[in-house]
Design a protein around this ligand. Structure first.
Ligand code: SF4
Length: 466
């Protein structure tokens, strides 16, 4: 595992055309969400209900997963519990070998990105084709997702036009409808020839053993019905008790993610094809992945498992919008990534992610299940310091501060010097250029000018010299 260097990655993204495109896209999604929320007076109470459902589900995970398993098996499906990515990959690979699978189609799934499923299957000589338009573009360009629901938000339509012309041997176009048409006709035969479909799972329903899937393209339905084997893979926390609970989650999910009342396609999949049904797979398997989630459930950041992966916290985060999704170095980016990745994978390699936030609280306001992301980030910062990973430079800065603050004469001299310096550098109350390390701030924004006279001098004067 490569240690994270958020700052270095963020520097690469700052001001780049990709991050500018991502910034525009996430602002657009944010405004769609705000409109959808305004139009829905019950959104606040719906959010409270969604939070209750998610917290109840986390507190009763063992019994809900057991019920879900019984129901899936009763419908003729199979459930496999994978402790980690290796076990999940091993199960899917063995199944593919047993079923003589050649071609695999996939619909969008962040969990499969988390365990690098595609690489592992392709190394096993299976052909794996992503069918979500965004993921298809990512696969074609050898890139990684930059947003949890809009994986190619960092690419422009011109980028996609050039990519298709280069890789699919078609005429260049940057017309979105034509680009969609090209992808659709390229993928159609691939769906028909596929032996296995792999999907994610937005919400699993314990009472019926149902896997629900939302997409806006219809590729999810083709992935789960056309091939003869369907494998759904889900994080173990995706479960809710009832269909009614799932309906609440899917409603707040669509409004918070894309500003829609409901996603265009909502599929509820319960078991393999029945004899009287014309379509559907002969085999239906659900892989339930732990991969660190049990540990998180017993810890201080357990609430993060209530996340429904809507992406709203990314769209409102000023750090994410400026640094871009790739700065986070893993599948999950933005505030959810800054909490989930160190929680799942440990702070040793990911201790700088909890600092990728200004703690402005916009993510808490946006989150449909009211996860207190700023509080979780603070807990992770506390744990990082306790484990011996203080933020870079903090000890030095505190040392300087303590050296000044414990010597009154030196403190007053330093304040006078700062006041003089701010007179020289500041214009109309703002400093727009600082030397040395201070330039890291003023290269991108102005700094408010410190008071030219310290508080205690003004206090003394106001109180007649006492
Ligand atoms: S933490 Fe909340 S806002 Fe962020 S992706 Fe999860 S559910 Fe959405």
């Amino acid at each position: 595992m490569v240690p994270v260097a958020f700052i270095d990655r963020a520097r690469k993204g700052l001001g780049s055309p990709g991050v500018a495109a991502l910034n525009t896209g996430s602002r657009r999604m944010m405004s769609h969400r705000l409109t959808a929320v305004e139009e829905f007076p019950s959104m606040d109470s719906m959010r409270d209900r969604a939070r209750e459902i998610r917290l109840y589900s986390l507190a009763h995970l063992d019994e809900l997963l057991a019920r879900f398993t019984d129901e899936v098996e009763a419908q003729g499906g199979h459930v496999f519990f994978a402790a980690d990515g290796e076990e999940a990959i091993g199960y899917i690979r063995r199944l593919a070998e047993r079923e003589n699978v050649g071609r695999i189609v996939k619909s969008k799934s962040m969990v499969t990105e988390e365990i690098h499923l595609n690489d592992a299957l392709e190394a096993g000589e299976f052909e794996v084709v992503e069918t979500d338009l965004g993921e298809f573009i990512i696969q074609l360009s050898g890139d990684t997702p930059s947003h949890i629901i809009a994986p190619v938000m960092h690419k422009t339509r011109q980028d996609v036009g050039r990519l298709f012309a280069d890789k699919l041997d078609v005429e260049y176009t940057d017309d979105p409808q034509e680009l969609n048409g090209i992808a659709r006709s390229h993928l159609r035969q691939i769906f028909l020839d596929a032996d296995m479909g792999i999907s994610g799972c937005n919400v699993a329903i314990a009472e019926s053993g149902t896997v629900s899937l939302v997409t806006n393209e219809g590729n999810g339905r083709l992935t789960t019905t056309a091939p003869r084997v369907h494998v759904a893979i889900m994080g173990m926390e995706r479960i809710v008790p009832t269909l009614g609970d799932a309906a609440v989650i899917l409603e707040v999910l669509a409004r918070s993610a894309t500003g829609q009342k409901l996603s265009v396609y909502t599929s509820l999949i319960t078991g393999p094809r029945r004899p009287e049904e014309p379509d559907g797979p002969d085999e239906f398997h659900v892989v339930i992945l732990d991969n660190g989630r049990s540990r998180v459930l017993g810890g201080d950041t357990a609430e993060i498992l209530a996340c429904i992966r809507c992406g709203a916290c990314l769209n409102v985060c000023p750090v994410y919008r400026e640094a871009g999704g790739h700065a986070y170095g893993f599948t999950y980016s933005g505030p959810i990534g800054a909490v989930l990745v160190p929680s799942l994978l440990g702070l040793e390699d990911w201790h700088d992610l909890p600092y990728a936030s200004s703690l402005c609280g916009a993510c808490l306001d946006a989150c449909p299940v009211r996860i207190d992301l700023p509080e979780l980030l603070l807990r992770l910062r506390r744990d990082a310091v306790a484990q011996g990973y203080p933020p870079p430079g903090l000890e030095r800065v505190i040392g300087w501060y303590a050296g000044l603050a414990t010597r009154p004469a030196l403190w007053r001299t330093a304040l006078r010097a700062a006041g003089l310096g701010s007179k020289v550098l500041g214009r109309k109350g703002w400093i727009s250029s600082l030397p040395g390390k201070g330039a890291a701030w003023t290269d991108h924004r102005d700094l408010p000018r410190p008071a030219t006279r310290p508080f205690h001098a003004r206090w003394k004067e106001r109180n007649g010299g006492t």
